[in-house]
Structure formats: structure tokens, C-alpha cells
Design a protein around this ligand. Structure first.
Ligand code: FRU
Length: 481
């Protein structure tokens, strides 16, 4: 039946039908989290982009809404953001109404085919009924293309110290910042990116925001990159630094990745959530997003994640954790203390039953090799673990089920462990066809999708050396549909 198909995520947003990619226009307003997304309403592969929409009161239960923004003569609707125009700077509000304003790329397919270099331009639209219907501004486009084939994905925020809007825009393999008093007239301020971070592919879907670090304000620039991600294809890097209303600066030397798994792309944060920063990404990778073995719909979003800054050694990181609201769907939590794993333990030994979707949290005071295996009755397995040699976490989907739709899909992926010291904690969010690993309070994160021929129904914990799990928590998660 609907929303129960094989592989249909039960605790993640996916569209009832057809194709989605990037999350767009994420804005919180009047108690509702809006999630727009790149949507092809005609088929389950990428095509003419519209903004689809879903809404949620709690970031967990989603209701798909009618299409929000349609293509027009300026082009299809590519990625972008949305803001609450509280001071009615653009003048779209009537009689004290607060408009929502969406800022997005229009992609002119005709211009692209004709070989022109200016087919991506930035446009705006507004809504006076909390996102239900949108009206495009008659003066579109508001940011014209200077002659770059890749010029897109505007992410806009209000910069309070100078009372102006700031747009981060991807321009080939750079981020260009613009400012505006009214969302209509934009001035180019600066560029960031040459010789900084990873450049294995184009820079896309940026996000600029401030986070509090023990009363120091730091700025974070998130930059999505495709290809060139840490485990191939699409990936998300970030820079921690400063922003003065004009220029973003960062003394960061190494490339930092928000997620090391292959399946978290184009993620950005919700606007209008105050100090809380909530991130969500598209749970796929451009290498195989069009080939994954689902039919009625294709692709889903990650679990929303709370972002924070964390000091670790002499360094500072952007860490992710599932939002606290995930606890709304927790049921039957089983906690076991001082669990000894020697060789192999079926989790039902401690929990009685194991159901999917579920969440598992482990903490220990020893750093030793171990793994967690999801298994089914077809002999397939998905393995998540840690290796002391190399000091790395891994997720292995080589025997996870259907992998032959793309040659690189069958792989074991690694992520460095950054935490120092002898305490380790890991948290897993496991759905029917995905796993999200948050290790060491979110210092190392990995997101992976998989497609078993039979649903996974067992979980084993394995370790060659005896290992003591100080606290083991298992919780099944109720379907959101
Ligand atoms: C990223 C992206 C964006 C673009 C959109 C098109 O996944 O390529 O740069 O706006 O997808 O659907």
C-alpha cells in the first residue's frame, strides 16, 4: 500500500511519487517547518525542476503539499532558500502581513542547449499565506548571470549588524556573496574559495550562518561539492571563520567534511529558527541517484540534524546530532549496562525483539575493533564498525543486497575518528534502506543507503577481542506515515 513499498523510508521524508533531489527553501514560520525540494512531477528521474513542498510541526512527521513553484519563461526552478521578510523590506506584504520570500535559480534549458553562458539567473517569489501559494516578482531575475555556466543555489540570511540581506551563491568553484536592502537589488560583495578546501568538482548549495561557541560568535560556511566528496561523488564540506557583512575569512587549513558517507548531499539549514541551527540533506549521491532500485518514487532526505560547534584537541568542528524531536517516535527503549561482546551477539539476547526502523546508542570506555551487522534471511548484510588500525569508522555495503545498478555502489567506506581519549559513543539511526552513524557526539558522521532483497530483520554485535559496552540502548522507531 501507499508509503509501504519495498525500500520506502519509514522515518525519513520521501515524496509519494516521482523524483526529488536537494532540499530547498527551508524556513520555520508560525510553528510550521517548511521543506521545499527539487521535484520532477512527471517521472522518477531528474527532469524539469519544480519546487515541491512538505510541511511538519515537529521535523519528523511530514505532509506532502501541492507543488509550490512552477517553471516559467525564465526557466525551471533550481535550488534556493526562503526567508521571513519580517520588516517587509521587499514591500510584498500588505497591511502588516509578513511575507515569506523564496530566492531560487531559474535554469533556462533553451539557453543552455543554445550554448549560451548566462542560462542560470536568480529570481524571487513571495507568499502571503504561509507558503501555500507563491507569486513571482515581476522584476525577475534579481541577480543576472555574469557569464558563468554554473551560477546558482542562492542561500539568503538577514545580517542584523548592518540590517541587510546576504546571499551566498555558488559561482563555478567559488562562493560569491551579495548584499541587498530589499531582496530585489543585489550588490556583489566578495568571493571565497580559490585554493581553499576541496575542489574535486563544482561548488553548489552554500549556506552561511552564525553559531555560538562559548559566547564567541563564529561563522560557518557550508559548501556542497560534486564530485570530489570524501568517499566519491557528492559531498559536503564546511569552513569555520568570520564574516563582517562583506567578506568571509577562515584560517582553517584542512578540508573538513560535515558527513563522510556517500549519501548526504546539498544539505543546508532552516532559516528563522533563532539560535538553533537545523540541517537536512538529500540522502543520495549524483553517481547513482537516478539508478537506485525504487520505481514509484526516487530518493529521500536525511534525518534533520542539530548543528553545533565543538572543541576537540586544539581544533574546532561542526558536529551533527539527530534533532531531539526524534524521540517523538521512539517506542520500547531497552537499556542494558556492561554488555560484554565476545565474538558475536544477537541483539535480541538483550532486547527480546529487534524491529526496523530503530535507533541504537552505544557508549564504551575502550577503543577496540567492533562492528554492528544488519542481516536478513537472504544472507545479505550491512556492516557498520570501527577499526583501531587506521583509527577509522566504516560502513560496508558490499554484501548489502542490490548493488549492481552502479559499479561503485558496492563498497566499504571509511571515515576518520577525530575524538581524542578513550571514551567512544556511537548513535545509529536505521531505516528500511538507510543508516546514519553519529560517532563521538557527532564529530564523525556517515550516511549510507542500501537495498536488501529481503528486509533486514536481525542485528548482531561483533568483536574479536572481548569488549565491554558500558551502556547499550535500543529503541524501535514508529513509522511516520
Ligand atoms: C545540486 C544541484 C544544484 C541545482 C539542483 C538542480 O544537487 O545540482 O546545484 O540547483 O541540483 O536540480
Amino acid at each position: 500500500s501507499q508509503m509501504k513499498e519495498q525500500y520506502r523510508p519509514q522515518i525519513h521524508f520521501s515524496p509519494m511519487q516521482h523524483w526529488i533531489n536537494d532540499p530547498n527553501g527551508m524556513v520555520y514560520y508560525n510553528g510550521i517547518y517548511h521543506l521545499f525540494f527539487q521535484y520532477n512531477p512527471y517521472s522518477s528521474v531528474w527532469g524539469p525542476m519544480h519546487w515541491g513542498q512538505a510541511t511538519s510541526k515537529d521535523l519528523i512527521h511530514w505532509k506532502q503539499q501541492p507543488i509550490a513553484i512552477y517553471p516559467d519563461s525564465l526557466g525551471t526552478i533550481f535550488s534556493g532558500s526562503a526567508v521571513v521578510d519580517k520588516n517587509n523590506t521587499a514591500g510584498f506584504g500588505k497591511k502588516g502581513q509578513q511575507p515569506l520570500v523564496a530566492i531560487f535559480t531559474q535554469h533556462d534549458t533553451v539557453g543552455e542547449k543554445a550554448g549560451r553562458n548566462n542560462f542560470q539567473n536568480q529570481s524571487i517569489a513571495y507568499s502571503l499565506n504561509e507558503g501555500k501559494t507563491w507569486t513571482k516578482y515581476t522584476g525577475n531575475p534579481v541577480v543576472k548571470n555574469p557569464g558563468l555556466r554554473d551560477f546558482r543555489d542562492p542561500k539568503v540570511m538577514w545580517y542584523q549588524p548592518q540590517k541587510k540581506w546576504i546571499m551566498a551563491l555558488s559561482a563555478k568553484d567559488n562562493i560569491t556573496f551579495y548584499s541587498s536592502p530589499d531582496l530585489k537589488n543585489w550588490t556583489r560583495e566578495s568571493d571565497f574559495g580559490q585554493a581553499r578546501g576541496a575542489h574535486g568538482g563544482g561548488w553548489e548549495c552554500p549556506d552561511l550562518f552564525m553559531l555560538d561557541d562559548n559566547n564567541t560568535q563564529r561563522w560557518v560556511l557550508v559548501v556542497n561539492l560534486n564530485p570530489g566528496g570524501p568517499n566519491g561523488g557528492s559531498g559536503t564540506q564546511y569552513f569555520i571563520g568570520n564574516f563582517d557583512g562583506k567578506t568571509f575569512t577562515s584560517s582553517q587549513k584542512e578540508t573538513k567534511w560535515l558527513d563522510y558517507g556517500p549519501d548526504n548531499y546539498a544539505g543546508v539549514t532552516w532559516s528563522n529558527t533563532g539560535k538553533r541551527k537545523i540541517f537536512l540533506g538529500w540522502m543520495s549521491n549524483w553517481i547513482y541517484a537516478n539508478q537506485v532500485p525504487t520505481t514509484i518514487w526516487r530518493n529521500a532526505m536525511t534525518i534533520p540534524r542539530a548543528l553545533k560547534l565543538k572543541h576537540n584537541g586544539d581544533d574546532i568542528f561542526l558536529v551533527s546530532q539527530p534533532v531531539a524531536e526524534l524521540s517523538l517516535i521512539k517506542s520500547n527503549t531497552v537499556v542494558a549496562n556492561s554488555v560484554i561482546i565476545s565474538k558475536k551477539m544477537d541483539l535480541t539476547k538483550k532486547t527480546g525483539v529487534v524491529k526496523f526502523p530503530c535507533s541504537i546508542n552505544l557508549s564504551m570506555d575502550q577503543i577496540k575493533d567492533f562492528s554492528i551487522k544488519l542481516l536478513n534471511n537472504a544472507g545479505e548484510e550491512l556492516v557498520i564498525g570501527y577499526e583501531k588500525k587506521g583509527n577509522q569508522y566504516f560502513i560496508d555495503r558490499t554484501k548489502s543486497g542490490k548493488t549492481d545498478f552502479e559499479k561503485g555502489f558496492s563498497a566499504r567506506h571509511f571515515a576518520p575518528r577525530f575524538a581524542v581519549g578513550s571514551k567512544m559513543n556511537i548513535s545509529l539511526v536505521i531505516d528500511v534502506s538507510s543508516v546514519e552513524l553519529f560517532a563521538d557526539d557527532g564529530l564523525t558522521v556517515m550516511t549510507e543507503i542500501f537495498f536488501p532483497n529481503k528486509p533486514y530483520n536481525k542485528i548482531y554485535l561483533l568483536s574479536d577481542e572481548n569488549i565491554v559496552i558500558k551502556k547499550l540502548e535500543y529503541t524501535s522507531l514508529k513509522s511516520i506515515w
